[in-house]
Design a protein around this ligand. Structure first.
Ligand SMILES: Cc1ncc(COP(=O)(O)O)c(C=O)c1O
Length: 377
């Protein structure tokens, strides 16, 4: 079975981990700070705060924006549930924006319409969590203009998009947003096993993120004799710390990031050239963008979920570890609202299949995938 994705690890990460295991620090220490500096320099952001997952990163990003009970937060209907859960943890009400069938990101026209309606009812969201889906950047300058006009905050859920660019802006530079969150889960651009990081250019957000990551504790050095043992808790925070083992893997992985993305770009181009089964639509790269190609998603032209499911099972039986990314979040029982329906998101869900793409996918495996998809009738 060829999995839809997997990590690429070699002796460099293994050596780095053994070095940590022989050192004095296992939990958060100097390597976490080193990793943060390397990410902020790669992304060209002022700050980076490493955490134990993108989910916790999204949560404390919402807390740092001041999202509280009864606030309204919008996100894209097609994403992993964590994009919505982060704001739900803060007690916010979540609403969903339909996607575009060109790049599967939130649809700008739907967003504009929804904002006009919200303005009339005085219900403009406090924040929008935009998702760079499958590694394909959203049209951030258009979203930024809407942010200015309607005065909402933006968190980029860039869990899929480390290494991507929008109009020559590295995703993570926060030119168009307040904060940006990456995931280092094993199927992502790089991995730390579990892990995530938040980038921002705001000093205030940075200091709030540091507090929320560590129980809300601030080390205050008023009493010099007790230094550095004295601390005060000034907010209700969490233990969302990244550890040294994870950071050591991240530092090694980051050195390989551009190679990983180049490998994914090559595979994307080969698939685009050689996949020719007319039953499917193949993915595009968003305009003015470099995608990190986290996923390669094909859509069945016929909008019939039963047929998609049949093909999906046939591909699985033939040894392709296909996947579905994702069911619209509003269809999950937790978020379900009566009669709620977004046309493009429904169509996308009825027809999508993620096929394998990852840096170490061999030529033989690529050819097998192409042959298998092209032979589906
Ligand atoms: C879009 C999106 N957001 C958030 C997450 C959560 O990431 P993590 O597993 O690092 O918490 C994921 C994970 O797959 C994701 O795909």
């Amino acid at each position: 079975m060829i999995n839809y994705s997997k990590q690429t690890i070699d002796y460099k990460e293994i050596n780095a981990v053994s070095k940590v295991l022989r050192s004095n620090y296992l939990t958060q220490g100097p390597l976490v700070e080193k990793f943060e500096n390397k990410i902020s320099s790669y992304c060209k952001s002022k700050y980076a705060v490493a955490v134990n997952s993108a989910t916790s990163g999204l949560h404390i990003a919402c807390l740092s924006l001041g999202i509280r009970k009864k606030d309204v937060v919008w996100t894209s209907a097609i994403s992993f549930v964590a994009s919505a859960n982060a704001a739900a943890y803060c007690g916010a009400r979540i609403e969903f924006i339909d996607i575009s069938l060109n790049d599967y990101n939130l649809d700008i026209t739907s967003l504009k319409k929804k904002l006009i309606e919200a303005k009339k009812k005085d219900k403009v969201p406090k924040a929008i969590i935009v998702v760079h889906f499958a590694g394909n950047p959203c049209q951030m300058d258009e979203i930024y203009l809407l942010k200015k006009k309607y005065k909402f905050k933006i968190i980029e859920d860039a869990s899929h998009a480390l290494g991507a660019k929008y109009k020559n802006n590295v995703i993570g530079n926060c030119k168009f947003s307040d904060m940006c969150v990456f995931s280092f889960h094993p199927v992502k651009s790089i991995t730390t096993a579990e892990g995530g990081i938040i980038t921002t250019n705001s000093k205030n957000y940075h200091s709030d993120l540091m507090l929320y990551r560590e129980h809300g504790i601030k080390r205050v050095f008023k009493n010099k004799k007790l230094r550095p043992k004295y601390y005060e808790q000034i907010k209700l925070g969490y233990n969302y710390r990244m550890n040294e083992i994870e950071a050591s893997i991240g530092i090694e992985q980051l050195k390989k990031l551009d190679n990983f993305i180049n490998q994914r770009i090559k595979i994307f181009r080969i698939f685009k050239k050689k996949l020719n089964n007319n039953l499917f639509v193949y993915p595009n790269i968003s305009k003015n963008s470099k995608s990190s190609h986290h996923l390669f998603i094909i859509l069945l032209k016929k909008n019939i979920k039963k047929i998609r499911d049949k093909i999906f099972l046939r591909l699985l039986k033939k040894g392709l570890g296909v996947n579905i990314h994702y069911m619209p979040i509003y269809k999950h029982p937790f978020y379900k609202r009566k009669n709620f329906f977004l046309k493009n998101s429904e169509k996308y869900y009825n027809t999508c299949i993620s096929i394998p793409i990852f840096p170490s996918l061999s030529k033989n495996q690529q050819n097998f995938i192409i042959r298998t998809i092209n032979s589906i009738k």
